[in-house]
Design a protein around this ligand. Structure first.
Ligand SMILES: *[C@@H]1O[C@H](CO)[C@@H](O)[C@H](O)[C@H]1NC(C)=O
Ligand SMILES: *[C@@H]1O[C@H](CO)[C@@H](O)[C@H](O)[C@H]1NC(C)=O
Ligand SMILES: *[C@@H]1O[C@H](CO)[C@@H](O)[C@H](O)[C@H]1NC(C)=O
Length: 384
């Protein structure tokens, strides 16, 4: 029954002039919950999942972003195209949004009595993926009214399709006739993003609305002339994570600076949580070398250091700016992505999103405390 449905290659859904043609992918689909971390981590995972879908030549069902709002216990799911351009994504690979898939295709090719979740090995106490246990797992699938009827443990398979023959193994073990939908409990991707998948950043382009907001902000708020965008990651969770930096020399997104095997050194406290002296020294150095800088745009999750920075830069006639409240972290990212210069945090996946976007555009990227020069390593000792 399922098989015969899959070989129907076109579905006509809707009626009259509003009918839309949706083709079915006989190679199957991949769906997953972006269940780890906030935007930066989810974006890393997204590129990996896209690379995996390309290798298996399955359509990627594009999940919404999982967000958390203060005062709300459960995660909320925000459609991908709230921020990004689906047309640009579709130019890279065949995709369908999860909203669209669930509404139009799931009733036909993903029957409720045959929804199996995939995970590496059992999660929790029972022999199951427990795909809906906890937040954001439960709220994510509930957004689409998905219950799972069974679990499949795919271990020891993995997602490194670039260095191994694993893509063919996946195809052999999970052929699309029997497994039209591969529904993963978490992203079929590594964190941080694998080097070989970074180029896929070119597929993740801000939609017109966000791009226009960024342009408007720059036009209305920033003085004419070049500006440096900076990312100050310094919330309490981060301060705590940075305490363990000496025992985790490749923490979070650190490989973007240090290499995946620490080929370019080890993470330092100055890279993770630069103090105001280090920040000012690097900022002034970039401003002096650039010569055309008139202002600085700050993105932060906590302390913008507005007063320290504006006092220190006043003599250089450089002004300091941030979004007014409530700050949109996505608009911050889009502004940082277009800045003339950018200084980010090696350890932060939020910074790495900006760095990848700027690499695609050929724009310069600098990092706090990296590479560690003599000046900043003295400074790092002071910080310790
Ligand atoms: C991938 O699948 C599409 C159909 O969805 C097909 O047209 C294309 O030839 C396939 N590509 C490869 C490399 O097999
Ligand atoms: C999923 O399970 C929940 C709780 O067991 C139930 O209330 C809901 O109706 C189910 N949804 C579907 C689509 O079967
Ligand atoms: C997506 O990008 C294309 C090409 O740049 C553009 O024409 C279109 O308006 C964009 N769509 C949205 C919704 O941003």
């Amino acid at each position: 029954m399922l098989v015969s449905v899959i070989f129907v290659s076109f579905l006509i859904i809707g009626s009259g002039s509003h009918s839309q043609e949706l083709s079915l992918d006989t190679n199957g689909y991949i769906v997953y919950c972006p269940c780890m971390g906030r935007f930066g981590n989810q974006a890393d995972h997204f590129l990996g999942a896209l690379g995996f879908a390309i290798a298996l030549n399955r359509t990627l069902i594009v999940p919404p972003w999982v967000e958390y709002r203060t005062g709300e216990v459960r995660s909320i799911q925000v459609p991908f195209d709230t921020y990004f351009n689906l047309t640009s994504l579709a130019e890279c690979h065949k995709v369908i949004t999860m909203e669209n898939f669930m509404k139009r295709l799931a009733p036909v090719i993903w029957p409720e009595e045959n929804r199996i979740s995939l995970c590496y090995s059992p999660r929790g106490s029972t022999e199951s993926c427990n795909a809906k246990e906890g937040n954001p797992f439960g709220p994510f699938w509930n957004t689409f009214n998905v219950n799972f009827t069974n679990s499949e443990f795919y271990g020891p398979f993995h997602y490194d399709v670039h260095h191994t023959n694993i893509a063919n193994e996946w195809k052999k073990k999970y052929p699309s006739v029997d497994w039209p939908i591969l529904a993963f409990t978490g992203a079929p991707a590594s964190f941080p993003v694998q080097h070989e998948n970074k180029y896929l950043q070119k597929c993740v382009v801000w939609n017109d609305e966000i791009q226009n907001k960024a342009k408007n902000f720059i036009k209305m708020t920033m003085p004419r002339g070049a500006f440096v965008g900076i990312h100050l990651r310094n919330g309490v969770d981060w301060v705590r994570a940075c305490e363990f930096i000496s025992s985790t020399p490749n923490l979070f997104a650190a490989p973007q600076c240090l290499g995946y095997r620490n080929e370019r050194g080890k993470a330092t406290p100055g890279m993770c949580l630069p103090n105001v002296d280090l920040i000012l020294r690097h900022l002034k150095r970039v401003i002096r070398n650039a010569k055309d800088v008139k202002s600085v745009f700050i993105a932060s999750d906590n302390d913008y250091m507005i007063h320290d920075l504006s006092n220190a830069l006043a003599r250089m006639e450089v002004t300091v700016h941030k979004q007014s409240e409530p700050v949109s972290p996505h608009l911050d990212l889009a502004i940082l992505g277009t800045a003339n210069y950018f200084i980010g945090n090696c350890i932060s996946s939020y910074s790495s999103f900006v760095a990848r976007e700027r690499n695609v555009k050929g724009l310069p990227v600098f990092y706090w405390g990296f590479p560690p020069d003599r000046l900043s390593s003295t400074n790092i000792k002071e910080e310790l």
